[in-house]
Write a protein that binds this ligand. Structure first.
Ligand code: NAD
Length: 438
C-alpha cells in the first residue's frame, strides 16, 4: 500500500514508522521544516524508546521517507492519515480542529485518484463527517472515502502498543474504505489482534470514552488514597485487593500526583464539552476533571507540610518533570503546577529529568537543572519524586540523605516506604495514601 502520514508528532511518526515496518510504502509529511530536516538526517525529533532504530531500518529499506511537500506525498497515495494535534481550544474547552481541517483542505486539493482519508487524531464526534464536507467542497470531483481510526498508543511504549494493540478501531461508511483499512492492518490481524469495524460516530466516541474511563480510574484511586491517609489504610494494598477482581483489573490503579500528559486532560475536557453541547452532561467526567485538579493542589500542601509550613528559603530537589517516564513530553504534566508553586513560594528549586530538560527549560522558569539526583539533593531541605523514571527507582537513599541539609522526602509515586526512608536516615517522608513519617 502507498500511505501518506500527515503530522510527524508522537502519533504520526510512530504510526508512519510502524506502517513502513509492516511493508507499506510510507511518506511522512510535516509542515515544520525543522522536523523534516532532522528526520531526513536520521534524527528523531521526539524521545520514544526504540523509534530511532526502527526508523533507520525502514528508511534503509526504501519504504519510509519524509517531506514537507504535502501535494507530492498525497499524489498516488491509497490512504492518507491525518495525525495532527487537536489541543484544547482556548476559552471554551473544545478540541481545536483548525489543524485537522487545514490538513483536510490541503489533502483535498492534492488528491489525484481514489483514496481513503483517515483521521487518526483524537476528534469529537461528527468531525469525520465535517472532514468529508471540507474535502468535497475544496475538490468537488474528488473520489474518496473518510475513515476514523483513533490511536491508543502510550508514549514511552508506543511501538509495542502500535505493533501489539489490544484492538484496532476503524469507523467507515463504505465497504471499499473498510477493505483499504483491513489491508493496511492485515499484518496485525495475522497475529489475531481484534479489529472493531464500526460507523464513524461510534469510532470517534470510543476514543473519548476510553480515555475518560482511564482518567476516571486514576482519579478514583487518587481520591481513595486521600481517604486511606486519614483512616490509616495503605492504598497500595487496597489497589491490589480490588485490582485482583477481574471485573476491575489492576491497571491504572497507581495513586499519584494526578494525571497529566498530552491526552487525558484535553480529552476529558473535550468530552465534557461535547456532553454539554448535546444536553447529555458527562457528570462523572466533569467531576474527574475537578478532582484531578484538586489532587495536584493536595500535593502542593503535602510538600508545604514537609517544609514545615513554608517554601520560603528552602532548597527543593525535584526528580522528574515529564508527565510520565520514558518520554520527553511535558504537556499538562503535574510538574507544571507543582514546580511553579515551589518557586512562587520562595523555594530554590533544582530539577533533574533524564529527557525533560529540552522541553522543560522553557516551561519551568526560575529552576536550576542538575545532572543527577545526588547533585540536585546537595544541601537540599526536601527531595520530591515526581516522575517514576527507572533512574529514581533504585536510589541509594543513604547517600541521598547524607547529601541533604535536612533529609526529607516526598515520594509522590509510592516507590519507597517509611521503613526505607527511616533506615536511610530521612527525618521526614511522605507518600500517597500510605503511612508517612512527618
Ligand atoms: P504532536 O503535536 O506531537 O504532533 C502534531 C504534528 O502535526 C506536529 O509535528 C505539527 O507540526 C504537524 N502538523 C500540524 N498541522 C499540519 C499540517 N497541516 N500539515 C502537516 N503537518 C502538520 O501531536 P501528537 O501527540 O502526535 O497527537 C496527534 C493526535 O493524536 C492528537 O489528536 C492526539 O490527541 C492524538 N493522540 C495522541 C497520543 C499521544 O500519546 N501523544 C495518543 C493517542 C492519540
Amino acid at each position: 500500500m502507498r500511505i501518506t502520514m500527515i503530522g510527524t508528532g508522537y502519533v504520526g511518526l510512530v504510526s508512519g514508522v510502524c506502517f513502513s515496518d509492516f511493508g507499506h510504502d510510507v511518506i511522512c509529511v510535516d509542515k515544520d521544516p525543522r522536523k523534516i530536516e532532522m528526520l531526513n538526517a536520521g534524527q528523531v525529533p521526539i524521545y520514544e524508546p526504540g523509534l530511532d532504530a526502527l526508523m533507520a531500518r525502514n528508511v534503509e529499506a526504501g519504504r519510509l521517507s519524509f517531506s514537507t511537500d504535502l501535494a507530492a506525498a498525497v499524489d498516488g497515495a491509497e490512504a492518507i492519515f491525518i495525525a495532527v494535534g487537536t489541543p484544547t481550544r482556548r476559552g471554551d474547552g473544545h478540541a481545536d480542529l483548525t489543524y485537522v481541517m487545514a490538513a483536510a483542505e490541503d489533502v483535498a486539493r492534492a488528491l489525484t485518484g481514489y483514496a481513503v482519508i483517515v483521521t487518526k487524531s483524537t476528534v469529537p464526534v461528527g468531525t469525520n463527517r465535517k472532514v468529508k464536507q471540507v474535502v468535497a467542497k475544496a475538490n468537488p470531483g474528488a473520489d474518496f472515502d473518510v475513515a476514523s481510526n483513533p490511536e491508543f498508543l502510550r508514549e514511552g511504549a508506543a511501538i509495542d502498543d502500535f505493533m501489539k494493540p489490544d484492538r484496532v478501531v476503524v469507523g467507515v461508511q463504505t465497504e471499499r474504505a473498510a477493505q483499504v483499512m483491513a489491508e493496511i492492518y492485515r499484518p496485525l490481524f495475522l497475529r489475531e489482534f481484534p479489529i472493531v469495524t464500526t460507523d464513524l460516530e461510534s469510532a470517534e466516541m470510543i476514543k473519548y470514552a476510553a480515555n475518560a474511563f482511564l482518567a476516571t480510574k486514576i482519579t478514583f484511586i487518587n481520591e481513595v488514597a486521600a481517604l486511606c491517609e486519614k483512616v490509616g489504610a495503605d492504598v497500595k494494598e487496597v489497589a491490589k485487593g480490588i485490582g485482583l477482581d477481574g471485573r476491575i483489573g489492576n491497571k491504572f490503579l497507581h495513586a499519584g500526583p494526578g494525571y497529566g500528559g498530552s491526552c487525558f486532560p484535553k480529552d476529558t475536557t473535550a468530552l465534557a464539552r461535547i456532553g454539554q453541547d448535546h444536553a447529555a452532561p458527562q457528570s462523572i467526567v466533569e467531576t474527574v476533571i475537578r478532582v484531578n485538579d484538586a489532587v495536584k493542589h493536595r500535593m502542593i500542601e503535602k510538600l508545604r507540610d514537609l517544609c514545615e509550613g513554608s517554601f520560603n528559603g528552602k532548597t527543593v530537589a525535584v526528580l522528574g518533570v515529564t508527565f510520565k517516564p520514558n518520554t520527553d513530553d511535558m504537556r499538562d504534566a503535574p510538574s507544571l503546577t507543582i514546580v511553579p508553586a515551589l518557586v512562587g513560594g520562595g523555594a530554590k528549586v533544582r530539577v533533574v529529568d533524564p529527557q525533560g530538560r529540552r522541553e522543560g527549560e522553557g516551561l519551568l522558569p526560575g529552576v536550576v537543572w542538575a545532572d543527577d539526583p545526588y547533585k540536585a539533593a546537595q544541601n537540599a531541605d526536601l527531595v520530591v519524586i515526581l516522575t517514576e523514571w527507572n533512574e529514581f527507582r533504585a536510589l541509594d537513599l543513604k547517600k541521598l540523605a547524607r547529601k541533604m541539609a535536612s533529609p526529607r522526602m516526598a515520594d509522590l509515586r509510592n516507590i519507597y516506604s517509611v521503613q526505607d526512608a527511616k533506615r536511610a536516615g530521612f527525618v521526614a517522608y511522605d507518600c500517597i495514601g500510605r503511612p508517612g513519617l512527618i
